[in-house]
Ligand binder design. Structure first.
Ligand SMILES: [Cu+2]
Length: 71
């Protein structure tokens, strides 16, 4: 199991948070996902078949592109 924190500048409100949490949670291998509108960070715990590249690609597909890693 791995954890990643992505910086996602497009998160602007609770609707974005809900969309990201709902959509990402449906990806195979994703264990938990939490998005925060204040910090614009998405934290995901996952295992195979999910990986960082797949998560980045998926977030871009749903219009929340990843700008980089968050601290
Ligand atoms: Cu929003």
């Amino acid at each position: 199991m791995a954890t990643v924190k992505f910086a996602v500048p497009n998160i602007s409100c609770g609707h974005c948070v809900k969309t990201i949490q709902t959509e990402v949670a449906e990806l195979a291998g994703v264990q938990t996902v939490s998005a925060d509108a204040a910090t614009k960070v998405v934290e995901i715990t996952f295992e195979l078949p999910a990986d960082e590249e797949r998560l980045r690609t998926f977030l871009a597909e749903i219009n929340y592109p990843v700008a980089g890693f968050a601290l």
